[in-house]
Write a protein that binds this ligand. Structure first.
Ligand code: PLP
Length: 400
């Protein structure tokens, strides 16, 4: 008999978005004439900006001529793109060598795969609630996971796990799902902890482009000492609309030695390089041309307009929910709003209620972890007219 990875039994059936899709489909089937409005999933909806489209076309064109054709590229990414990403960090005072940046086909794969270079005996700490990938990939690998509650009481920023072992610590700011951001001082607490304890922070910056306050760090490396204890994962998905195009990166600083861990095989950078060159054949060359275009001054200005559009959606949702009397967090430096559910209802109960009464789909907080219970996530990714229609329907039809 074939042995399967029995850890799959631990996470089976827990995938949030398939349950949302199932309940939505069942509702739609029993109410075929009702228009269901979706504010549930963090998927981009607005077209790519013209500069990116031109970059992608250029990538295609290059493949049409023998002089410019390219096959496999460097697994670590096009050197021009690695340099361009380093340039963006430089603007925030963070000096990175291109060799510390690994281009990938997205932050999901990187945040899922990064654990594979660390031993199974490490204890993993994750924010609760959190983007489900961190927890599930570690459970699937058989690691122990410990949770760092993020609640209204602590402004959705976790307490440093003092007195508890936390070898690998996943942090994500701006946060999915709570929409919270972290200050430099708050991040410093974790950097200090990690340096002292020999832990490694895995910092997910997929939503950094949504920060509009200059004082809020976009990268953990804006905090002194972070290069010795943190890996950072970034994405073009939400900043440039690449959710379907697929492009991201991971920064593994040369200074990251792994603290007290017996990291066989040398530094962490070398291990990630080995991992990527073994398991991954590089991001698409066409897509990387698109990424390069996104990082030009014109590309960035155009991308910012789309981000502003989503953030205007966030304002509309926030105002509507507040008018309805709900307590709402996030949605200021992040595309997600985290609403407190009126007492007496579970977050799945509230999901059904919002769907049945307002015909709006959101995401129940409990799907992101136990401490998400009692909360509900609204996403501001969507066409303006749909967002307005959904908010108007909540205001008119939801019975609180
Ligand atoms: N990290 C977080 C926190 C996310 O919310 C998402 C997508 O929703 C991702 C990573 C995935 O990013 P990518 O599309 O680059 O794989």
């Amino acid at each position: 008999m074939i042995q399967v990875n029995e850890n799959y039994g631990e996470v089976a059936g827990s995938y949030l978005f398939s349950e949302i899709a199932k309940r939505t489909a069942a509702f739609q089937e029993s109410h075929p004439d009702v228009k269901v409005m979706k504010l549930g999933i963090g998927n981009t909806t607005e077209p790519l900006c013209p500069t990116i489209i031109a970059g992608l076309h250029k990538g295609v064109e290059k493949l049409s001529k023998v002089e410019t054709y390219s096959g496999y590229g460097a697994e670590q990414g096009d050197p021009r793109l690695r340099k361009a990403i380093a340039g963006v960090y430089q603007e925030r005072g963070v000096n990175l060598d291109s060799g510390e940046i690994f281009v990938s086909d997205g932050a999901k794969c990187d945040s899922a795969n990064i654990q594979s270079i660390f031993g199974l005996e490490n204890i993993v700490a994750v924010q609760d609630p959190a983007y489900p990938v961190y927890v599930d990939t570690n459970l699937l690998s058989g690691r122990e996971v410990t949770y760092l509650p993020c609640l209204a009481e602590n402004d959705f920023f976790p307490q440093v796990p003092n007195g508890r072992r936390a070898d690998l610590i996943y942090l994500c700011f701006p946060n999915n799902p709570t929409g919270a951001v972290a200050t430099k001082e708050q991040l410093k607490e974790f950097v200090d902890f990690a340096r002292e304890e020999g832990s490694i922070i895995l910092y997910d910056t997929a939503y950094s482009a949504f920060i509009s306050d200059d004082d809020i760090p976009r990268s953990i490396y804006e905090v002194g000492g972070a290069k010795e204890c943190a890996i950072e994962i970034g994405s073009f998905s939400k900043s440039a609309g690449f959710t379907g195009v697929r492009l991201g990166w991971t920064v593994v600083p040369f200074d990251l030695k792994g603290g007290q861990f017996p990291l066989e095989g040398g530094q962490v950078n070398g291990m990630w390089n080995r991992r990527q060159t073994t398991f991954f054949n590089g991001a698409s060359n066409i897509v990387q041309e698109g990424g390069l275009a996104a990082l030009t001054p014109e590309g960035r200005t155009e991308c910012q307009e789309t981000i502003d559009y989503y953030m205007q959606n966030a304002r509309i949702i926030r105002e509507g929910l507040v008018e309805k009397g709900l307590n709402v967090h996030g949605g200021v430096h992040a595309p997600y709003l985290w609403a407190e559910i009126p007492s007496g209802l579970t977050s799945w109960g509230f999901f059904d209620k919002v769907l049945e009464e307002a015909h709006v789909v959101g995401a129940p907080g409990s799907g992101f972890g136990n401490n998400g219970e009692g909360y509900f996530r609204f996403s501001s990714f969507g066409h303006r007219e749909n967002i307005i229609e959904a908010v108007e329907s909540i205001k008119a039809n939801l019975k609180l």
